[in-house]
Design a binder for this molecule. Structure first.
Ligand SMILES: [Zn+2]
Ligand SMILES: [Zn+2]
Length: 342
């Protein structure tokens, strides 16, 4: 069973407020940074005291209120922004990496991340190209013009959320970017996702890889590996072998019981793969978009809107790609997905 250790965080989660800045262990704080307008509501940035200042794990997403919360949060831990020496990035998503460049500008801190996520940033295209590519992706999954209008977002959004700082250092699996903090490469949610393991205190800073309540979005979008779900399930098995007393995730709240949470996530995806297989059997030739609309989600499909809908389709696509790799389903030739049992 998963035991909630971040009880103040969970209370805030239930009351739809922002949790407090907390001292989790001596010299280790969690700083909630708001994500206004997102159902995730906040990202938990971690501050680690270093002999010469402070290091951050993730930085928050690039909005003014997030920046203010990060600066104020650091101040309540006793640090100025200029004390930041390093930003370890779990993965390139804007809610984690978005403010890293501004932190570096203000402090001179170095930014470290995995090479595959650095490549995702470097390979990012012009915002107009990105909107065109993702529109084509929606169409190839079986989406309509209305679906493109609803789920892709504007060139302006793409500019804001996809112009991300390139790292100064690359962090490899097993490396210790800070004394006592080991990087654990956990591809799946992104190709270069990293968790950070505090070896002395047996704490896992899990980023978006393992969260207490929701399963991380495993999607297959342009620029990802061929089978991100397969990568994720392998990472998950490796993560479950870590001797962690407490998990410090990037969203929701802290918890204990990593092994049980890993087992529950494996079960979730096994059930999901079975559900997708049944749906393909029941509606041969269906597109990814159609299959997504018939799957069970946490809310009825008409309420799965905007970016969340695109993520849901991406998640369905990742499951189909994994099943195709295992020889269970097959995609007909052509631009637009049509799935059948193999
Ligand atoms: Zn993420
Ligand atoms: Zn996230």
């Amino acid at each position: 069973m998963v035991e909630v250790t971040g009880t103040a965080q969970r209370a805030a989660w239930q009351q739809k407020t922002l949790p407090p800045v907390e001292l989790v262990r001596p010299g280790l704080w969690s700083i909630p940074v708001p994500m206004t307008g997102s159902p995730l509501r906040y990202v938990l940035v971690y501050a680690l005291a270093r002999p010469d200042g402070v290091a951050l794990v993730d930085a928050g997403w690039p909005t003014d209120d997030a920046w203010t919360a990060l600066v104020d949060g650091l101040a309540s831990c006793g640090y100025a922004l200029t004390d930041v020496r390093a930003v370890l990035v779990t993965h390139w998503h804007a809610d984690h990496h978005g403010l890293a460049g501004s932190v570096r500008e203000a402090s001179g801190a170095w930014i470290g991340m995995h090479a595959l996520d650095a490549a995702a940033i470097k390979g990012r295209s012009d915002p107009r190209d990105w909107v065109a590519n993702i529109s084509a992706w929606v169409r190839n999954r079986g989406g309509s013009d209305a679906d493109i209008a609803e789920t892709v977002g504007s060139v302006e959004d793409a500019r804001r959320f996809r112009s991300l700082a390139e790292p100064d250092r690359l962090i490899e699996d097993g490396e210790r970017p800070l004394d006592g903090i080991r990087a654990v490469w956990t591809p799946g949610h992104t190709a270069g996702h990293l968790c950070f393991f505090d070896e002395g205190r047996r704490l896992l800073l899990s980023g978006d890889h393992v969260l207490p309540r929701i399963s991380p979005n495993i999607t297959l979008h342009p620029g990802q590996t061929a089978d991100p779900l397969g990568d994720f399930l392998e990472s998950l098995t490796r993560t479950g072998e870590l001797e962690a007393d407490e998990v410090l995730p990037a969203h929701e709240y802290r918890f204990a019981g990593l092994r049980d949470r890993v087992a529950a996530l494996h079960t979730h995806h096994a059930d999901r793969l079975a559900e997708v297989t049944r749906l393909v059997a029941a509606s041969p030739g269906a597109t990814t978009w159609e299959l997504a609309s018939r799957l069970t989600w946490s809310r009825p499909w008409p309420q799965v809107q905007g970016m969340i809908r695109r993520s849901a389709v991406g998640e369905t696509y990742a499951h189909l790609a994994h099943l195709a790799r295992g020889g269970v389903v097959r995609r007909a030739d052509g631009d637009i997905d049509h799935w059948r049992l193999a």
